[in-house]
Design a binder for this molecule. Structure first.
Ligand SMILES: Cc1cc2nc3c(=O)[nH]c(=O)nc-3n(C[C@H](O)[C@H](O)[C@H](O)COP(=O)(O)OP(=O)(O)OC[C@H]3O[C@@H](n4cnc5c(N)ncnc54)[C@H](O)[C@@H]3O)c2cc1C
Length: 336
């Protein structure tokens, strides 16, 4: 065993980059991400002159640990306040004492900030995970082998389980049962560039009363797009029922249902399909350490608490666990 054990983190969403950052001083860490950039469901993209947050829309900070991370983000200019009152389905607002923040310029900025200086390999999809003696071997879909002493899986849990199944790794019955119980809602998201202001009032977001729309935001009013640009999130039941519809049909249905004044026209639109958008059942702890295998930790927003804050806290908890392992007892039992 080397002085610096190696850790492979699969996924460069917020939980993955925070896990990697937190253990980077005590281990050799590589983060592998299948997309071209970091962020995962903290997703910001361009369409023509417009910029969209099309995954997570905002975040709150409720725990002291996450609040201090958000304070650092505000100081670094990668987060900014957006609005402070809860948006009610009837269009009213309610002061619940929680500031809503956005990434600056967009939500991806948070993950990019936490990934700075780390060894992150993007555009590389792990296809399977195998046990090689007391170590791990991840094999990418291009056939490249990446060996590590410990692995952190931060993809949505069904995707993580598929990597183990593909590599013939047997989880304990208890772990498999726990992990297979974690489920997610889908979300169909429409991104629409408008030729005129959306007509939404400040802060530029709506949470309509019922199906099919769950959330509607104007990224221009949000402060991240040079031109009016709508993100429309379908509710879970609509997303499931219309998952296989064409992009054109999804756009037509959701834009027709958007409660907006008929002033602006859509110049260009696209659809993003989030198969694992938000967890609907959660594991009670901030990560799950697999039993009877070399160190293998499952993490992300399905562990402990959901959403951006939950993903961050999960990544940080994994880092703390792996720091203890790397500093002392690795090679015996990560829980020791
Ligand atoms: C439509 C939508 C709206 C949301 N709205 C909000 C909101 O308003 N507020 C809020 O707090 N939260 C919101 N969320 C939830 C929030 O985005 C997530 O809780 C959080 O971003 C999850 O981070 P994570 O690191 O756990 O997972 P992810 O961000 O999903 O990161 C996992 C990463 O693993 C990568 N990956 C997967 N498989 C592989 C593989 N085989 N090889 C390599 N890489 C792989 C993925 O590409 C991804 O980058 C929303 C999510 C969605 C989709």
């Amino acid at each position: 065993m080397t002085a610096h054990p190696s850790v492979l983190v699969v996924g460069a969403g917020l939980s993955g980059v925070l896990a990697a950052r937190g253990v980077a001083a005590t281990a050799e860490v590589t983060v592998v991400e299948k997309s071209r950039g970091v962020g995962g469901r903290l997703a910001t993209r361009r369409l023509g002159p417009a910029t969209f947050d099309h995954g997570a829309q905002f975040f709150t900070a409720q725990s002291p640990v996450f609040t201090s991370l958000v304070t650092e983000w505000l100081g670094a200019g990668v987060a900014a306040p957006w609005f402070s009152e809860r948006l009610e389905p009837d269009g009213s607002t309610m002061d619940d004492g929680h500031q809503r923040y956005r990434g600056a310029p967009g939500m991806t900025a948070l993950a990019k900030h936490e990934a700075r200086g780390l060894h992150v390999v993007t555009g590389t999809c792990v296809a399977r995970l195998e046990v090689e003696g007391a170590r791990w071997r991840a094999v990418t879909d291009a056939g490249q082998a990446l060996d590590a002493d410990a692995v952190v899986l931060t993809a949505p849990v069904p995707q993580s389980l598929a990597l183990l199944d593909a590599g013939g790794v047997a989880l304990s019955d208890a772990d498999r049962h726990t992990l297979e119980a974690l489920t997610y809602d889908r979300c169909l998201a429409v991104l629409a560039v408008l030729d005129a202001p959306s007509g939404l009032a400040a802060p530029g977001a709506l949470r309509p009363a019922s199906e099919p729309i769950d959330w509607l935001a104007d990224n221009h009013l949000k402060g991240i797009s040079a031109v009016p640009a709508l993100t429309v999130h379908a509710a879970a039941a609509f997303s499931l029922a219309h998952w296989g519809d064409t992009d054109a049909d999804v756009c037509a249905a959701l834009l027709a249902a958007a409660p907006l004044p008929l002033v602006a026209s859509v110049v260009e639109a696209d659809v993003q399909r989030w198969r694992y958008a938000k967890p609907t059942t959660l594991h009670t702890d901030r990560f799950l350490m697999a039993a009877g295998l070399p160190p293998l930790l499952f993490a992300g927003d399905a562990f402990g608490s959901a959403r951006v804050e939950g993903a961050a806290l999960s990544g940080m908890a994994v880092a703390s666990e792996l720091r203890q392992w790397a500093e002392g007892s690795h090679g015996t039992d990560v829980r020791g």
